[in-house]
Design a protein around this ligand. Structure first.
Ligand code: GAL
Length: 953
């Protein structure tokens, strides 16, 4: 038997790639339970697999589509850039798990004559297919369909379909995307009747200019196009112009439905009129600039891997639309074709990316990188061809992306020529070739804010290897810029989303950006105690593995939105709402829509309590323009801190969200009134011998303990010397301060001053601290002064410039506290560089609900700009803390140390106490797990800090 799997050719025996469409021709889904047997090597169960006479009754059965590694066989592997096999192209190790599949089926009665085609929508990584003992051929290119003509081979009854799938094949060298390696027949398998005089392939071109549309449909056989709504009936090959059409856009996905009929078949058409152009260095769609507010989407489900059902696809799209996402980069392969049909219908701009990534050649110094090697040319071109042919008729697809992180090479020139010839209507994107010769966009991943700003000004430095003012340099500067990845959403974060958005909205060159990434690729597992958790690469005993780097999405694996997605929704909201003087300034940031589909409502809150509300009449305002509306007449007699919130909500239900769904909001403080404080008895304060507060009224507590450390976030553990903050903190000992009490003074009957010093073992660095307590009418006032001492520039172990992640104190409180009410930003967590989504208001939450269960425990649940908070619990006096003016707080049942030590959320157990951090500040979050260093302005320099608060019970 031929060893197809190691041959670099993309396939054999397959039909030509063609469009994916829905027609009235009979179709027989072959999904279901198949016979299955897994072997250790590429030869599988041997040559008898296709033999109809083979007795497979003792084989297992497996669900198709699925990945066998998620159905109880073998194991999933996760690597980031590394190939999990030697770089020995096109060969693979002998150890090559191979799944043999068999299915017996009959044709339904009345299956028509004409041709019959067998289609696989996705087989990872290589499938060899036999029907009734006859070899049909093989195919690689896991995320792309392939077909065999089985006319004359298929019979009315008693068919035996056999498929051999190798986990590793030559194709795997081209599929080194940062994701789980998940073999199997993981997308649909179907039998298609191709009627006599049916249509095999067709191309729709529907363009739009200034209100009118042009439509043509070409097909391999003559046919008739009918679009009843437009009164159109015309023949294939003709080009018709329609005077008035509505264009298709992600914002208003106007589809004109109709049919394409030939003598033997009728196909559903969904034409969206739109024209994509690059003019003057800008991306224009339908003549207007657009800004992609995008995400990178892998197909992922915690139980099914990349084998997604339609409901999950819809869920993704609804979640995207509800969070103001208007674009998807199909990182890093074409998705299931149904996803694109749904994007056409719901409205998302799609950058359709080819199933090509050769990142692992980085470990060979890019020596032998496939795009530069003639041996791989056909395989690479085959992938581009199958993507373009399959997806060419989708209005949502507006950009073709040639692949990801595959260096440079002649094959990209071949791919470019092929696509431009087949489809001159869409621009091309490829990020990794520094010449950008095969890309219509300049594109990068993870630039810093400063670098992005320079790119906006077209003043970026040329990439390495490109000479300033060379042709490539000049051409690149003239291109629009598409930020294909930014804001690495690993763990807590990403920070700076609003900062990035502000820059993206400031320069014409930008056509948008795609957050990395949509969903955490955690795989569901149940531990010995029956608790469900999510595996990452490090949970599989295999080297190399990419550990937790696959947990970097805006959704948790079960599709619960993370706080990062909430922040993104706010940062990219399509309507800006601000207050300027006596006006609400409403900025329409849509590219197409006016504001007519939105209703505006306002509310006035005093100290977080609703006092007044109403609706705001906002005149309709075209895309990319601004309207000013007089402020609602507020009662000016309010006493306290007054906030006006204006929300833009869907006036009517959309396909993806109900009426009333909040699309955007703005908040502004009205007047300068300070929040009111309730009258409180100060309560007697008792101090320990070493000057800690151990009692306040009836409350037993313990603190404050000076604390400058936080449980590292994934973004604190970034790559490269500038980003490995957590390692630096630990190197100098910020996580293990020891404390020494100095003098305690009582300058008067109402004041106690406690001096001390906090710092790590082996070091001179630390802070000298002074806590000054004053008994006042409204409580116990505490002033904290912290002055740096010692050597903060590490001299013993080479140079480190460390800055503390927090400047705060910690209190231990009775474990009976269960709830926090606060006035400040909320309800979700917030940080210095990610608090746009957190509105100023009054919130109540259970302490347990204040924790964000990041899959790898880390700092979470902070609240910036807290004016005051109250902790309550049964049988306990309510503890109130007033900031002067603000504090950051977190309240947890475990310490930061326990957070760091835990491997999974369920490792965190109630310590029996509530740990309350009351901080002057905490540094920002950033996204340095893969990206630039945290900007200086979000760090806490080593300097003197003072802050104060009032405690009362
Ligand atoms: C990019 C890559 C993505 C992912 C990301 C880090 O370089 O394109 O696939 O690996 O980094 O999570």
């Amino acid at each position: 038997m031929v060893d197809f799997h190691e041959d670099p050719v993309p396939g054999s025996g397959r039909r030509a790639a063609r469009a994916d469409f829905v027609s009235d021709a009979p179709r027989l889904p072959l999904n279901g339970r198949w016979r299955f047997r897994l072997s250790d090597t590429a030869g599988g169960t041997g040559p008898s697999l296709p033999d109809p006479a083979l007795d497979d009754t003792d084989w297992d059965d497996i669900r198709v589509p699925s990945h066998w590694v998620l159905e109880g066989y073998d194991r999933p592997l996760y690597t980031n850039t590394a190939y999990p096999f030697p770089i020995d192209p096109p060969y693979l190790p002998d150890d090559n798990a191979t799944g043999d599949y068999r299915l017996r089926f009959d044709l339904p009665s009345g299956w028509p004559g004409g041709r019959t085609v067998l289609r696989f929508q996705g087989v990872d990584s290589c499938g060899t297919v036999w029907l009734n003992g006859e070899l049909l051929g093989h195919s690689k290119g896991s995320r792309l369909p392939f077909e065999f003509d089985v006319t004359g081979v298929v019979r009315p009854a008693g068919n035996l379909l056999a498929v051999r799938v190798q986990r590793w094949s030559s194709g795997s060298y081209l599929e080194d995307q940062d994701m789980w390696w998940l073999p199997g027949i993981f997308r649909d398998v179907e039998l298609l009747s191709r009627p006599v005089d049916g249509i095999d392939d067709f191309t729709v071109r529907a363009s739009y200019r200034d209100g009118s549309g042009t439509l043509s449909v070409t097909a391999d056989v003559p046919g008739t196009v009918e679009i009843p709504e437009l009164g159109l009936v015309f023949g294939t090959g003709e080009r018709v112009t329609i005077d008035r059409v509505e264009p298709w856009s992600a914002e208003r996905p106007r589809l004109y439905r109709g049919t394409l009929s030939a003598a033997g078949e009728t196909i559903e058409l969904a034409a969206g009129f739109r024209t994509v152009e690059i003019i003057g260095g800008r991306l224009l769609i339908n003549g207007v600039p657009v800004l992609f507010r995008g995400v990178n989407r892998h197909e992922h489900d915690p139980d099914r891997g990349r084998s997604l059902d339609r409901d999950t696809m819809i869920r993704d799209i609804e979640l995207m639309k509800r969070h103001n996402v208007n674009a998807v980069r199909t990182a890093h392969y074409p998705p299931h074709p149904e996803f694109l049909r749904l994007c056409d219908e719901y409205g998302l701009w799609v950058v359709d990316e080819c199933d090509i990534e050769t990142h692992g050649f980085i470990y060979a110094g890019w020596e032998g990188n496939p795009p530069g090697e003639p041996m791989w040319r056909d395989a690479l071109l085959d992938r581009a061809r199958r993507m373009v042919e399959r997806d060419k008729n989708h209005p949502s697809v507006v950009v073709w992306s040639l692949g990801n992180e595959s260096g440079a090479g002649a094959a990209f020139g071949d791919i470019e020529r092929y696509i431009r010839h087949r489809d001159p209507t869409r621009p091309l994107h490829y990020e990794r070739d520094p010449s950008y010769r095969h890309s219509d966009f300049h594109s990068l991943m993870y630039p810093s804010l400063d670098d992005l700003e320079r790119i906006g000004q077209r003043k970026e430095d040329p990439p390495e290897g490109v000479l300033p003012e060379s042709d490539d340099d000049v051409r690149r500067r003239g291109l629009p810029f598409l930020l294909c990845e930014y804001a690495h959403a690993m763990g807590n974060g990403p920070g700076s989303l609003a900062d990035y958005q502000a820059i993206l909205e400031s320069y014409e060159r930008f056509c948008g950006a795609f957050v990395w990434e949509w969903i955490d690729h955690g795989l569901a597992e149940v531990d010995s105690l029956g608790r469900r958790y999510y595996r990452h690469g490090g949970d599989i005993g295999y080297q190399p593995n990419g550990e937790r780097f696959c947990l970097d999405g805006l959704l948790f694996p079960d599709r619960t939105p993370s706080p990062g997605l909430g922040e993104l929704r706010k940062a990219i909201e399509p309507v800006g709402i601000a207050v300027d003087g006596g006006f609400v300034v409403v900025t329409n940031k849509y590219d197409v829509l006016s504001l007519g589909h939105l209703a505006f409502r306002w509310r006035a809150e005093v100290d977080g309590v609703l006092e007044d509300e109403g609706t705001l009449t906002v005149p309709d305002c075209p895309a990319r323009s601004v309207v000013r509306v007089p402020l609602p007449a507020l009662d000016h007699g309010f006493e306290g801190e007054v906030w006006l919130t204006v929300e833009a909500v869907l006036a009517e239900a959309a396909r993806w969200a109900p009426a009333g769904h909040v699309v955007a909001f703005g908040q502004a403080r009205s007047g300068s009134g300070a929040h009111r404080r309730p009258a409180r008895a100060p309560g007697r304060a008792v101090f320990s011998a070493d000057g800690r507060l151990v009692r306040l009224g009836d409350l037993e507590l313990d603190g404050p303990v000076f604390d400058v450390w936080r449980a590292p976030t994934e973004n604190d553990r970034g790559q490269g010397p500038r980003n490995a903050l957590a390692a630096d903190w630990e190197a100098v000992g910020l996580d293990r301060f020891l404390h020494r009490r100095g003098e305690i003074e009582r300058p008067d009957g109402d004041t106690i001053v406690v001096r001390g010093r906090s710092g790590p073992a082996t070091r001179t660095l630390g802070f000298r601290t002074t806590y000054t307590y004053r008994r006042r009418d409204d409580g116990l006032h505490l002033l904290i002064e912290a002055d740096p001492v010692g050597d903060w520039d590490d001299t013993a172990y080479g140079h480190l410039t460390v800055s503390p992640p927090r400047m705060g104190v910690r209190f231990a409180l009775p474990g009976g506290y269960s709830e926090v009410t606060w006035f400040g930003r909320g309800p979700g967590e917030s940080y210095a560089d990610s608090h746009a989504a957190a509105r100023v208001g009054r919130y109540t939450a259970a302490i347990d609900a204040l924790q964000t269960p990041y899959l790898v425990p880390q700092e979470n649940g902070n609240h910036v700009e807290t004016r005051w908070l109250e902790l309550s619990g049964q049988g306990l006096p309510t503890l109130r803390v007033d900031g002067e003016p603000h504090l950051d707080f977190t309240a947890r049942r475990w310490t930061s140390e326990a957070l760091r030590a835990a491997r999974r959320p369920h490792d965190l157990t109630d310590s029996g106490r509530v740990w309350l951090n009351l901080d002057h500040a905490q540094q920002g979050i950033g996204s340095a797990s893969c990206g630039p260093a945290l900007p200086e302005r979000y760090r806490l320099p080593v300097r003197r800090y003072t802050w104060s608060m009032t405690l009362s019970v």
